[in-house]
Write a protein that binds this ligand. Structure first.
Ligand code: G3P
Ligand code: CA
Length: 264
């Protein structure tokens, strides 16, 4: 059915998707459970995600804690700077009740806890939110898990964090993240992205799903020998566009719904 429709309405449906889309659960199944918590990651696997994406900061005692913001106020109601607090201090607070009362009692997870949810065929996109010093801790922690290097992808907006990760663990894929200047032509441009990827020895680029991204942009990145990925897409039409352009994965808050809608 999709084939027939696609033949007659290519503009409405977007380019056909040649292979099963690779779906990454952004902060877990964060539309349905509190972001960056074990329930969100466990739900993501249940919803059929191929990978989970999780954000990590370094605590004052040098541990990794899974949280997006540098201050925990948004998800706990209590203002505390992660970099100035110990892991135990942070884990004493409730990080689930803000989302829905049923998640009351949920704690901020450690790296090991999040890693332990990853099934043998699953992948783990680990985002470094603190600086390049995080890479050493991350690589050490990874070595203590059952994960194979091929299951892990390190991602970061911080170029130095990606460069440090590739130096310490060249066999683990690492993607540089970037959004774009709001107006005008894409900035960074494809040439700018390529220069950065070469400089920091990244394996790929993962961008915000900006409307201005087109086939030529993605082709430039891929023809340069790098992977291209994108975030955060809940709309199947947008996901179709990016998969059609050659994105290797789509990161979404709704892995189950997006997969079902892409199969329609
Ligand atoms: O996968 C990349 C994406 O997670 C980056 O944005 O702010 O949600 O961490 P953010
Ligand atoms: Ca993230």
């Amino acid at each position: 059915m999709r084939f027939l429709l696609a033949a007659s309405l290519p503009v409405l449906l977007g380019p056909p998707i040649s292979a099963a889309p690779f779906i990454v659960a952004h902060r877990g199944a964060s539309h349905d459970a509190p972001e960056n918590t074990l329930p969100a990651f466990e739900l993501a696997w249940k919803q059929g995600a191929d990978a989970i994406e999780a954000d990590f900061h370094l605590t004052s005692d040098g541990k990794l804690v899974c949280i997006h913001d540098a201050d925990i106020k948004r998800v706990t109601g209590v203002s505390k700077i992660v970099a100035k607090s110990t892991l135990d201090e942070l884990r004493a607070l409730d990080a689930g009740a803000w989302f829905k009362p049923e998640w009351k009692g949920t704690r901020l997870p450690t790296f090991a806890e999040v890693a332990s949810t990853v099934p043998p065929a699953g992948k783990f996109y680990v985002e470094i939110k603190s600086g390049p010093e995080t890479a050493r801790v991350l690589v050490r922690e990874m070595g203590r898990t059952k994960l194979k290097p091929t299951q892990v992808v390190i991602i970061s907006f911080d170029k130095a964090a990606i460069a440090a990760s590739k130096k310490l663990a060249p066999d683990i894929r690492a993607f540089w993240l970037s959004s774009f200047r709001d107006t005008g032509p894409l900035d960074p441009s494809a040439d700018g992205v390529l220069a950065t990827l070469r400089e920091i020895k990244a394996d790929g680029f993962s961008s915000k799903a900006d409307k201005r991204i087109d086939a030529a942009f993605v082709a430039r990145i891929r023809d340069g020998g790098f992977e291209y990925h994108c975030w955060t897409i809940d709309d199947p039409k947008v996901a179709r566009k990016f998969l059609g352009l050659g994105a290797g994965s789509v990161t979404t808050n709704r892995p189950g719904v997006l997969r079902a809608r892409l199969a329609d």
